[in-house]
Design a protein around this ligand. Sequence first.
Ligand SMILES: [Zn+2]
Length: 188
Amino acid sequence: MALLLVPVGSFEQHGPHLPFETDLIIAQAVAKAVAERIGGVVGESVPVGVSVEHMDFPGTKTLTVDEFKKKILEIAEKNRDVAFINGHGGNNRSLRELGLRHANLTSLFKPYDHAGEIETSLMLYLKPELVRKREIRQHDFRWPDKDGWKTMDYSRSGVLGDPTKATNEKGERYFRELVEKTLKALGY
Ligand SMILES: [Zn+2]
């Protein structure tokens, strides 16, 4: 039976220049590329994740950890051959704890930023029409240095990383690397 790939994202602020759906868009694109390589099928996405760290920013949606795990388990119970392709770091721990087949994109790739060079490059490559290019600038931020961090304490703008270093070409390179690492993480 063909493997079902379920993209998992978040609906959270990604600074002034990237859309709320950034993590999902990246996960969907990786899932599609992986499906093409292995003859898999891309299923319905899980569009909202655990984004408690971003709730100080208007527009962000979140599930509780329990709600998120329940949703993932429901999908896994209905589909025997399933793997979750997760684009949001706040979901990583829940997916690890559930012990189901998955790839956490943000941990395959270090350092993985938030609306910084990596995510902005990926979006410039995958969905340039959704990037507000005039809003790309440097922001004051520090990298989070403890568990249970809140984005607002490290970046008033919500950006972690430097989006001015992002290019479409880097995005293509990062994307190809993500696809290869995801295949490996899934055992191919
Ligand atoms: Zn993101």
